[in-house]
Design a protein around this ligand. Structure first.
Ligand code: FAD
Length: 388
């Protein structure tokens, strides 16, 4: 074994589990700590999107870890955007003229389970669940955790701590509170939140609408999208304003108001949603925001990756994909500077920050594009010409 340095990774979500696997493949000793239960053993409500658009950017990270063949059976190709106009018409707007260029729909849970199963096979990785990180001592790479059941507090010493603990990152908070170097941090919420709903499968397991498309109902100020799942269902996401006034999450506060809104805005979808009223009441309404911070590292001892470093709104479907690409880029700098974490982290951020800032801004722009411009006749005309 060429390398026995100890890397402690906070968060066994999509980024943390792939990161753990790749670091173990490189020969590091890895401890992967997760605040939730093991999702392979307990049903947990992640509170996050059920399925995701998975693109070539993300595939680079999985390919690096030798997982391309394992992930493909979990993917449903989406070859274009299927636009459901207000007057009930459908337009397919392909992502590319080339048949091999498309994005995939993938289940967050299936993907995370596959990654955790791969981690389990590596003797270099120790996985501990129900462990919530409460803080990190940056200079010494010592991280403290609280056990969910016993409430016992325990500290773990590592050579390096990597925070893949998502938008609410405990490591990022420790960096913000540290006050011995300048740490920039900004969080911008969108005017709109989201709620997940569904189209159930047909009785024979088939799909109620075109399977190989990302469906969009652009309505100017609001929008709904649907991505296919392997079982024939679709996960439907409604993006709606938080603000007071007509057609906001605040105003849709009764069965009658919800039904009236869907009858006006999404009548074709309403016909496919037998559980709409129940789901609307039960499923959470969540905010969307952008997080930018800098630096992502300190003392050659700690590093932020994935949403912990760069939380973005989902309108380019690139949050997870960027998190996987983080691992791909980090791996290249480990090749170059192995043994010098300060140099690795600096080179990594120097390359990566500009790109993640750009996708964060593009994602906000695409929110406006998707909810409004895709509904414009000129856009549809242009796309029809492209298809022809
Ligand atoms: P997370 O997935 O948030 O994982 C963080 C992990 O850390 C979790 O398991 C959490 O339990 C754990 N954790 C948190 N705090 C602690 C702590 N204190 N101690 C220990 N563990 C902790 N991205 C795409 O690429 N394509 C899409 O189509 C897409 N759609 C999206 C739709 C919606 C509605 C949303 C909200 C996001 C979407 N994203 C999409 C973004 C994507 O979900 C994230 O970018 C991705 O999950 C980031 O992975 P991560 O591992 O960095 O963070």
């Amino acid at each position: 074994m060429k390398n026995q340095e100890h890397i402690l990774i906070i968060g066994a979500g999509l980024c943390g589990s792939l990161l753990a696997l790749r670091m173990a493949q490189r020969g590091y000793r890895v401890t992967l700590m997760e605040k939730r239960p093991d999702l392979r053993k307990e049903v947990i409500d992640s509170g996050r999107s059920i399925n995701l658009a998975f693109s070539d950017r993300g595939m680079k990270g999985l390919r690096l870890a030798g997982l391309e063949e394992k992930v493909l059976p979990l993917c449903i190709p989406m070859r274009g955007r299927m636009i459901h106009s207000a007057d009930g018409q459908l337009f397919m707007s392909p992502y590319s003229g080339r048949s091999y260029e498309y994005i995939n729909s993938i289940s967050r849970e299936d993907l995370n389970v596959m990654l955790l199963d791969e981690c389990e096979k590596m003797p270099e990785i120790t996985m501990l669940f129900n462990q919530r990180c409460t803080g990190v001592t940056l200079e010494t790479a010592e991280a403290t955790f609280e056990d969910y059941h016993t409430k016992e507090i325990k500290s773990y010493q590592a050579d390096v701590v990597m925070g893949a603990d998502g938008v609410g990152s405990a490591l990022r908070k420790s960096m913000l509170d540290h006050r011995k170097f300048l740490f920039s941090y900004g969080q911008d919420f969108l005017t709109h939140g989201y709620k997940e709903l569904s189209f159930p499968p047909l009785g024979n397991g088939g799909y109620q609408v075109e399977k190989n498309a990302l469906h969009i109902w652009p309505r100017g100020k609001d929008m709904m999208i649907a991505l296919p799942n392997l079982d024939g269902s679709f996960t439907v996401t409604l993006f709606l304003s938080w603000e007071e006034g007509k057609d906001s999450f605040e105003s849709l506060n009764s069965d009658a108001a919800v039904t009236d809104y869907f009858e006006r805005e999404f009548p074709d979808a309403l016909a496919l949603m037998p559980d709409l009223l129940e789901e609307f009441k039960t499923n959470p309404t969540s905010p969307l925001g952008t997080i930018k911070c800098s630096p992502w590292h300190a003392y050659g001892k700690v590093l932020l990756l994935g949403d912990a470093a760069h939380g973005i709104v989902p309108f380019y479907g690139q949050g997870m994909n960027s998190a996987f690409e983080d691992i791909f880029v980090l791996d290249r700098y480990i090749d170059k500077h192995e043994g010098d974490w300060k140099a690795i982290f600096k080179a990594y951020q120097d390359e990566r920050k500009e790109d993640t800032d750009a996708i964060a801004d593009l994602a906000v722009d695409n929110f406006h594009e998707m909810k409004a411009h895709t509904a414009r006749p000129i856009f549809q005309e242009k796309r029809k010409l492209e298809i022809a």
